[in-house]
Design a protein around this ligand. Structure first.
Ligand code: 48F
Length: 260
């Protein structure tokens, strides 16, 4: 086994991490949250050639996928979202025409692989706790980031900020980025009503339909959309999350590159 000095390891980690951070200080798209909608959005954005970074609070990706349905390690996906999972090589077991069961670990790993292979950078252990904004017109132009560990420790450390042409709130049920923007920048006119009770099919349809740019520079995908619009929750069926991620990527590609 090759021998290595400790300082070589230290220098390699710090130098390479700093190279990434220097580059991502100004990026095309910041995706907040590495759940199903965020990973899908990141994959298609990076595939379209946009510089894309995903900030994820936890030290793992997948968001709500890992919890399956009440911790049973399976989730359900309906057509046409199965196409996205096939693209990343996820195994699908057909239940009936257009309805499939998927292993949670397989789906988390393959979606993350899809995003990384496409060129998106996933940074774990970083929480987005605010946005950067400008006026005339009032718009979101980036995010404020902090190590999750610093936030958990409750110590006073000023954050850093990352500029972006588009920010996507993929933080799930709490729509955290939209919530902070609505509280701190009332002139953006965002109101978070919270999701409604469960109605799986309607929730899936409305989440995809309502995926959009909520205010200039700030988009919503996945459950964050239901939180803004007071539409129903759906439980462990994930087609809407994947299709919402794909749709928000398409909207941003159209906006930034003028083509789908
Ligand atoms: O909750 P999550 O999986 O969001 P999603 O993509 O999918 C929702 C489904 O999992 C499920 C459902 C539909 O079937 O009802 O709940 O909408 O993933 C959100 C990710 O964002 C991270 C969080 O740790 C999770 O991995 N996250 C949340 N807030 C922040 C954040 C934040 N402020 N900064 C960084 N990451």
């Amino acid at each position: 086994m090759k021998e290595v000095e400790e300082e070589v390891i230290t220098r390699a980690i710090i130098r390479k991490a700093m190279e990434d951070w220097v580059s991502l200080a100004e990026t095309d798209v910041v995706v907040v949250g590495a759940g199903p909608s965020g990973l899908t959005a990141a994959m298609y954005l990076a595939n379209a050639g946009l510089k894309t970074v995903v900030f994820e609070r936890k030290l793992s990706f997948g968001g709500g996928i890992g919890g399956g349905g009440m911790q049973f390690h399976k989730i359900v996906v309906q057509s046409p979202a199965d196409k996205i999972l096939r693209e990343v090589g996820c195994k699908l077991e057909a239940l009936e025409e257009g309805l499939f069961v998927v292993d949670t670990a397989d789906m988390m790993a393959k979606l993350a692989c899809g995003a990384i292979e496409a060129g998106a950078k996933i940074i774990l252990g970083v929480t987005v706790d605010d946005v950067i904004y400008r006026e005339s017109p009032t718009r979101v132009v980036g995010v404020v980031v902090q190590w999750t560990s610093v936030m958990m420790a409750g110590i006073h450390v000023d954050p850093l900020a990352v500029k972006a042409k588009a920010v996507i709130d993929c933080t799930g049920h709490d729509a955290e980025v939209l919530a902070v923007a609505s509280r701190k920048i009332p002139e953006l006119g965002i109101s978070i009503q919270g999701e409604k009770s469960m109605w799986a099919s309607r929730a899936e349809e409305l989440t995809v339909k309502n995926t959009r740019e909520i205010c200039p520079g700030l988009f919503a995908a996945g459950m964050a959309v239901a939180a803004v619009d007071h539409t129903p929750r759906m439980g462990p069926i994930f087609g809407g999350m994947l299709l919402s991620g794909a749709k928000v990527a398409q909207l941003i590609v159209e906006k930034l590159k003028g083509t789908a």
